[in-house]
Design a protein around this ligand. Sequence first.
Ligand code: ZN
Length: 242
Amino acid sequence: MQFIDTHIHLQDYKTRSAPQVLAAAAAAGVRRVVCAAIREADWADVAALHEQNADTVIPAFGLHPWYLDDCRPGWETRLAQMLEKYPRALVGEAGLDRLKNPQPLPQKEIFAAQADLARQYGRPLLIHAVKAQEWLEDLWDRLPPKFVFHSFNGKKELLQKIVKTGGYVSLAPSISGRPGKEDMIAAVPAGRLLWETDGPYQGEPEQLPGLLQYVAGIRKSEAAELAATVYRNSEEFINVGK
Ligand SMILES: [Zn+2]
């Protein structure tokens, strides 16, 4: 079975090197990974990981809401330059986190600017959203056609809205065994589902076969069939320009 890890931070591994992580991923059937930056200081590292592993590592450039203090004037122009230089790059990790920081500004502005760039350049957007449903209401119309709520564990109403708008949700190994999440896992339409690990934070690529079994069990679906569907979804999601 084949997998795509649609959200990993290869640049953040301390105990294993990126080649070790990628080798273990490949051995588990993980064909490609999307390597997400979290701050501007990461962008060059993520670009280098992509250049060293052009077939397997797809870059994503963005500003994570936890690290906006690092944000320097002119970042929008520099992000646009990265998107021009790397035509396969996604935008992210971007987002809104009201649990970490209850102040809406500058979070909402910086998120909206990244959403605008994703739309303008026709790139998918990787979204980190925690307790942010109200803020999202105002910004929903600015989302690009392709977006994913990463490590989704939100409410059914939000899931319905994402699905209705044509967005995706990705599940990470950290959801396994978490009580009370079964209904949400069963409610995601198969065509809207992606896998991720958020590695090294919420799992490792070699855990994706286990996550597949767990999710297939809850959904009462055949694992090979679910794996094939999610693989197709992932290819569709990351293929820029389609
Ligand atoms: Zn992440």
